[in-house]
Design a protein around this ligand. Structure first.
Ligand code: 13P
Ligand code: SF4
Length: 353
């Protein structure tokens, strides 16, 4: 593809969403990236939250955390560019120690990954000896290394059920843990620094108070207002939203489960309780369907990944992800164990339509 055909492709997909001058500039950058990508034998993995021009022009694969982890495990490229956030790029490095893994932004963190340390996990394991530890993939490698198995929003229920144990420690997302506890019928507690032994005896799931700074912003009144204003609107939530939000909406699932839900359903109007770039990406794929916008809640960390930064990643081989080998080997066991389990799709209880 040359710049003109890239521009035409972007114009056709995004002409209603992105101003023309921006599309022209982005088409040029996209071409430069795609040329460099071939020269370097690089593969670009793009998370569903990438801004629309990037999402539609440079990734070889797009998807949710689970799908991209699988792609990272399979690739034979020399360089992996992860257009997502740091914990995702780290997971790619855990799976590919011999490859160069690049994150196009220096930090691109995640409030969930920042909410827990390896020392926190060690303390919990002392407090609840013998209880298996599941960690959401939105954690750093040293935390994964302390855990038994990872999960994503696409397989959390299946991962917990695969353990076959009565009790489980599930870290660090409080809302995801509460949603999985509802799905699996487990009673969840959140240990305090000074546990009261009596009340802490009755538990099947032990959670942590991590929150996604984006999904924590959605309110029940957002749903009530949308339903009043757009009767028949189908509302989809990511399971990083609170159980109250998930209960009030029509469907809960991973980012890709939401993408597929809109594609496969007949309704005319949809509203997403997740970060807002994905609504643009879904709108461009489904021109016959209306995405109702309540917000402009963009993940500030995903927003650090731009076409300019992606081009610079290839030009200057930056920013290289490194994981100390002893941590990587232990973290890999948690990731591999997860990859052996298939996706469980949506959160069944909350799927109403
Ligand atoms: P998915 O695994 O559903 O893509 O979610 C990743 C994420 O960080 C959502 O905020
Ligand atoms: Fe982390 Fe939330 Fe951003 Fe996802 S949307 S990367 S969970 S801060």
């Amino acid at each position: 593809m040359n710049t003109i055909s890239t521009y035409e492709m972007l114009k056709e997909k995004l002409g209603e969403i992105v101003p023309d001058f921006e599309l022209q500039a982005k088409a040029e950058l996209a071409d430069e990236i795609n040329t460099l990508k071939k020269q370097c034998n690089a593969v670009i993995l793009g998370h569903n939250y990438m801004e629309p021009a990037l999402f539609n022009s440079v990734p070889d694969f797009v998807g949710d955390s689970l799908e991209l982890s699988r792609k990272a495990a399979e690739t034979d490229a020399d360089i992996i560019i992860f257009c997502g956030v740091r914990f995702m790029a780290e997971t790619a490095k855990i799976l590919n120690p011999e490859k160069t893994v690049l994150l196009p932004a220096k930090i691109a963190g995640c409030s969930l990954a920042a909410s827990i340390t390896a020392a926190d996990v060690r303390k919990l394991k002392e407090q609840f000896p013998g209880v298996p530890v599941v960690t959401y993939i939105n954690t750093y490698a040293d935390v994964k290394a302390e855990c038994d198995i990872c999960c994503t929003s696409g397989n959390a229920k299946a991962v917990v059920e695969s353990l076959g144990t009565e009790t489980v420690i599930f870290l660090p997302d409080e809302y995801l843990a509460r949603n999985v506890a509802i799905e699996t019928g487990k009673h969840i507690i959140f240990p305090t620094k000074t546990p009261k032994v009596d009340s802490d005896l009755d538990y099947q799931m032990i959670g942590w108070h991590g929150k996604c700074e984006v999904h924590d912003q959605f309110k029940l009144e957002d749903i009530e207002n949308a339903r009043k204003q757009f009767p028949g609107v189908v509302i989809l939530a990511h399971p990083e939203c609170s159980p109250e939000i998930c209960e009030a909406c029509d469907f809960t699932g991973s980012t890709s489960a939401m993408v597929n839900y809109v594609k496969d359903n007949e309704a005319s109007h949809y509203m997403l309780m997740t970060e807002c770039s994905m609504a643009d990406n879904i709108a461009s794929e489904n021109p016959d369907k209306e995405m109702v916008r309540i917000c402009s809640i963009r993940c500030p960390h995903m927003n650090e990944i731009t076409l300019e930064e992606t081009r610079d990643a290839l030009l200057y081989t930056q920013y290289q992800i490194e994981v100390p080998e002893d941590i990587r080997v232990r973290a890999r066991k948690s990731v591999d164990r997860m990859l052996e389990i298939g996706p469980s799709g949506a959160f069944t209880k909350i799927t109403k339509s």
